[in-house]
Structure formats: structure tokens, C-alpha cells
Design a protein around this ligand. Sequence first.
Ligand SMILES: Nc1ncnc2c1ncn2[C@@H]1O[C@H](COP(=O)(O)OP(=O)(O)OP(=O)(O)O)[C@@H](O)[C@H]1O
Length: 311
Amino acid sequence: MYYFIVNPHSRSGKGMNIWNRLKERLDREEVSYEAYLTERPGHAVELTAMLTSPHHEDTDPKNIVVLGGDGTLNEVLNGLSMSAPVSLGYIPSGSGNDFSRGMKLPRNPEKALEFLLDSQRIRTIDYGILSYGKERPVHRRFIVSSGIGYDADVCQSLLSSRLKKLLNQLHIGKLVYLVIGIKRILLCKSADGCLMLDGVKKVNLKRIRFISSHIQKFEGGGFRFAPKADPSDGYLDLCVVSGVSKLRLTVLLLASLVGRHTSCNGVRTYTCREASLHTEKPLFVHTDGEVLGKQTDIVVRCVEKKIKFMC
Ligand SMILES: Nc1ncnc2c1ncn2[C@@H]1O[C@H](COP(=O)(O)OP(=O)(O)OP(=O)(O)O)[C@@H](O)[C@H]1O
């Protein structure tokens, strides 16, 4: 039995057409499934919490399959009860699809479904937790990456972008990250700050452009900010870009498309289990592309091999 959580709104509404095609195939092949369509932002968190609750009518081990973008996968991860026996599957229907890219899953939804139904393999993978807020701490899980600064600023701009819809209609949705990314280079602010790695190594930073923390190698629709990230190693791979001009940031971003930015001036990489960051000015923060407002103090940490993934 498969439980599908479908975001019909993903890829600017194309998610619904994709689901209709896959549903036909499931029915034809008499696969046993239940499907839940998300009706609003946050709904996938509620649906997953309901399906994995100890009070759910079926407490047997469950296969939950997400059809959506990285944002929907993030919501499912955040709704998941970690004590429930669940295996996750994923069919990409988003614009960026960095999770599929990192896991080397088929990016064509039909092929991804075929792969999932044929697959017998379970891989255990890590997830990250980003925390902020002193009086009322907030904890958000992530499975691709989180970031503070420029990368989160781009995610914030995408929320109100009409270009995303247009490019998705032209089947070149992932280009939206590149186009908005270049525009935001001109407008995005930097801040001084300091990073503490695993509570022992302190790094002072001037003019932080962004710091991304990775489970997967890619973010932003194919920027390979963490070429060495391994989703099952129990570590976060950090990409820190600071003290660079806007022109240099542009060059670094282009180099990161092929993972060649890591040896350039202004880029530092670290692996750690936990990192805390303080910035002197608030900067936008994201987890898997979902924006969490502006923060000055965040902590990220890695939870090792807690997610069972069908692949
Ligand atoms: N029915 C709905 N109507 C409007 N928004 C929805 C609905 N269901 C889910 N959402 C929201 O849609 C947002 C985007 O979804 P998702 O990330 O899956 O697709 P995407 O933006 O096309 O892909 P990507 O993140 O790969 O660019 C999520 O933040 C989710 O909360």
C-alpha cells in the first residue's frame, strides 16, 4: 500500500496534470494506494502528521510517496513522526528538484514512478535541523539544504515571482533560479558575523554573502554548492561565501554550476555535525527553499541516517 501526498500546485500547477497521468498508470496496474492532494501551504505537514500518528487507523509500516517539489518534500519531512515505521519515496514535479538531482533519482515523473514501484532498496539518509529564536525556539527540518543570506534572499524573491510561472509554462522552470539569482546579486545585502563549528572552531567572517548547509550537493535548481556532500555520512557540508564583490559573486555562482567554486578566493567549505552562526544584521533564512524570515542567530545540525528512503 502506498500513500501519495500530491502537491497539485507544484511546477506552477503542472503537478495536477502529472498526478493525473501517474494515477492512470497506478489504476491500470492495480497498485494499491491512497492519495491526498494538498490544498494549501502547510497542508502536507498536517497530512503526514496524521498518517504517521500513533492514532492513525493503520499503524503498520507505511510507504509515503511525495509528488511535488523540494518544498513539498520539506513539508512531509516536517510532519513526519520519527517514531513511526515509514519509508519515503519521491516523484519530482517541482521547478528546482535538487533532491532528485542529489540522489540521482529519475527526474521524469513517469520514470520515477516506475523506478519506485520496481525498487526494493531502502537507503537510510540524514536530515538537518535549523533552529532559531531565543524565547520561542523554532526548529525546522531540511533534507536538501538550508541557507542564510543571498541564497535565501533568492528564495524570498521567487515567492512573488510571475516569471516562475511563465518559465514553468515554457518547460524551462529551473532557469528562474538563474534569472532571479542574477537580479538579486545587485540588491542583496551582506553582513559581518561569526561561525562556530562543532562548538570548538570559531571563524570570524566579513561581508557574508551566504552560508549554505547541505545534506545534498545541490540547491537552487542545480547549483553544486557542496560537491562533496554525502546524504548518509552524518555530516553537514557548509559552503561559506564572504568578502567578495558582486561581480565576483556572479563568477562564483557560475563556477558552482559545475562545482568549481570551492577553490576560489572568498569561498570556504567545512564539514561538521553542528554549526552556529551570528550575523550583525538580520538576513533571510531558508530550509529546502522555504523561507523562514530574517534572522541573526541560527544553529544547524545533522541527524544521522534517520530517514528510510525507497530508491
Ligand atoms: N494547493 C496548494 N496551493 C497553493 N500552494 C500550495 C498548495 N499545496 C502546497 N502548496 C505550496 O506550494 C509551495 C511550492 O511547492 P513545491 O516546492 O513542491 O513546488 P515548486 O515550487 O514548483 O518546486 P521547487 O521547490 O522544486 O522549485 C510549497 O511551499 C507548498 O507549501
